[in-house]
Write a protein that binds this ligand. Structure first.
Ligand SMILES: *Cc1c(COP(=O)(O)O)cnc(C)c1O
Length: 410
C-alpha cells in the first residue's frame, strides 16, 4: 500500500509545498546532481518574483493583452436543459490565445526566464498545446526556442508541429521508447543539464521537481480566482461543485486552489479512463497507480510490479501520462478532492454533444471533465451550480475525431 498523509490536522493551502517541495509524502526533488543548482536558482528567482508587485503587474498585463484574460464564465443553457439538473457553467479557457490554459504558465515562466537573464528556452510537449504556447511566448519575447516532442506525437499532431515552426521554434523529434511525452521530458531534462547556464526549461504541467509543481499551479490560480469573482457577480454565491480534467494536473489545481478552503464546494478531478481500466489501456493514475518516483517527483504512477513505467493510453494526448501531479495525491489522501475517470467512447459522445448543443468544440482533454460533469449535473438539483473547466478548444482534435467517426476529410 502507498504511504498515506497524516490526516489529523487541517491543511493550509498556502503552506504547501514545504521548503523541500513536499506535499505531505509527495513531491520533492529527485533529479541528477547537475540540476540541483539550476532548480535552487529557479526557486529563489520565483520566490522573489512572486513577492514583486512589478512582476505581478507585468504578468497581469500580458495575460490580458496577449492571452486574452479574463476568460468568460459561460452559462451553458442548452447543456443544462439537456441534463435537467444543476445549472452548468463552463470556464472558457478554450478562448485563450493558442487555444488552452497552457499560455498562463508559459507567459509566467517566460517573464521569469527574462528576469533571470536566460536567452534560450526549452520545453517538452505531448499533444503540442504546451509547445505551441511556449513557441508563442518565445516569439513574443525574442527567446531562442527548442521544443522536444515524441516522434509518434509529432505524427499525430502534425498541425501543432507546423504552428510551432511558424512561430520560430525548433521542434526536435524524440525516437526513444514509446516516442511520446515521457521520452520528450527525458530529452528536455538532458538538454537542460547540458545548457543550464543560459537556458530555462518551461515545464508544462504541475509536475516534476520542486519548484515546478508549485510554480505552475500558481500561474494557473488566476482561473479559480476569476471563477469565484464571476460567479459571485452573477449568482451571488459559490458553486456547489467544480469539475476539471487531470493530466499532470495544472488546469485542475488552477481552478481548484481558490476553493480548497471552501468546504461547501465539491472538487472533482477527472482522469483518462482510456479504453478500459485494464493495464496499458488507460492513464488513470488513481485507478491502479502506485507510489513511485518519475521525472523529478514522488507521486502516484502507473507501473508494473518491477517499477517499470506502464504503457498508457488515452484518446487525448494531453492526458496520456503515467504520473499525476504530487499536490493532487495529497488532496486525494485528505479527501478534499475526489477523482473520477472518463473513457474514450464517452468522450467521443460528449465531444459531439457539446459541439451540437452549445456551438463550442471542446478539446478532447477538457471533454473528460464534461463527461463527468454532465453525469453529475443530472444527479444534482436545479437550484445547484456546477462549474466545468473547459481547459482548451478542440480545433486540434477534429482530424482525429473525424477519423474515429469514419469521416474522410478533403
Ligand atoms: C495539456 C492539456 C491538459 C492536461 O494538462 P493539465 O496539466 O492536467 O491541465 C488538459 N487540457 C488541455 C486542453 C490541455 O492542452
Amino acid at each position: 500500500m502507498p504511504a498515506t498523509a497524516d490526516t489529523s490536522a487541517p491543511l493550509d493551502r498556502f503552506s504547501l509545498p514545504d521548503a523541500g517541495g513536499h506535499f505531505g509524502p509527495y513531491g520533492g526533488v529527485f533529479v541528477p546532481e547537475t540540476l540541483m543548482t539550476a532548480l535552487e536558482e529557479l526557486g529563489a528567482a520565483y520566490k522573489a518574483a512572486k513577492k514583486d508587485p512589478g512582476f505581478q503587474a507585468e504578468l497581469r498585463h500580458h495575460l490580458k493583452e496577449f492571452a486574452g484574460r479574463p476568460t468568460e464564465l459561460y452559462f451553458a443553457e442548452r447543456l443544462t436543459q439537456h441534463c435537467g439538473g444543476a445549472k452548468i457553467y463552463l470556464k472558457r479557457e478554450d478562448l485563450l490565445h493558442t487555444g488552452a490554459h497552457k499560455i498562463n504558465n508559459a507567459l509566467g515562466q517566460a517573464l521569469l526566464a527574462r528576469r533571470m537573464g536566460k536567452q534560450r528556452v526549452i520545453a517538452e510537449t505531448g499533444a503540442g498545446q504546451h509547445g505551441v504556447a511556449t513557441a508563442a511566448v518565445c516569439a513574443k519575447f525574442g527567446f531562442e526556442c527548442v521544443i522536444y516532442m515524441g516522434a509518434v506525437d509529432m505524427e499525430r499532431q502534425a498541425l501543432n508541429v507546423f504552428r510551432m515552426r511558424l512561430m520560430g521554434a525548433e521542434v526536435r523529434g524524440v525516437e526513444a521508447g514509446q516516442k511520446t511525452l515521457k521520452e520528450a521530458i527525458n530529452e528536455a531534462m538532458r538538454d537542460w543539464v547540458t545548457n543550464v547556464r543560459g537556458t530555462h526549461y518551461i515545464l508544462g504541467s504541475a509536475l516534476g521537481a520542486h519548484p515546478y509543481p508549485m510554480m505552475v499551479r500558481d500561474f494557473h490560480r488566476v482561473i479559480g480566482a476569476e471563477t469565484k469573482e464571476q460567479l459571485r457577480a452573477r449568482e451571488g454565491r459559490l458553486p456547489d461543485e467544480i469539475v476539471a480534467c487531470v493530466g499532470g494536473g495544472s488546469n485542475a489545481m488552477g481552478i481548484f486552489f481558490e476553493f480548497l478552503e471552501e468546504p461547501g464546494v465539491r472538487l472533482v478531478g477527472v482522469e483518462a479512463g482510456g479504453r478500459s481500466i485494464t493495464r496499458g489501456d488507460h492513464a488513470a493514475r488513481f485507478e491502479g497507480g502506485k507510489l513511485g518516483v518519475l521525472q523529478g517527483c514522488k507521486t502516484y504512477i502507473l507501473q508494473n510490479d518491477d517499477g517499470q513505467i506502464e504503457l498508457t493510453h488515452s484518446v487525448s494526448a494531453g492526458l496520456d501520462y503515467a504520473a499525476i501531479g504530487p499536490e493532487h495525491a495529497l488532496y486525494r489522501d485528505r479527501q478534499r478532492i475526489t477523482y473520477a475517470y472518463a473513457c474514450d467512447d464517452e468522450v467521443l459522445e460528449s465531444f459531439q454533444l457539446c459541439s451540437r448543443l452549445e456551438g463550442i468544440i471542446p478539446a478532447l482533454e477538457s471533454t473528460h471533465a464534461l463527461v463527468h460533469g454532465l453525469k453529475r449535473a443530472k444527479a444534482m438539483r436545479p437550484d445547484q451550480i456546477l462549474v466545468i473547466n473547459l481547459s482548451g478548444r478542440g480545433d486540434k482534435d477534429v482530424n482525429q475525431v473525424a477519423k474515429m467517426l469514419g469521416v474522410t476529410l478533403g
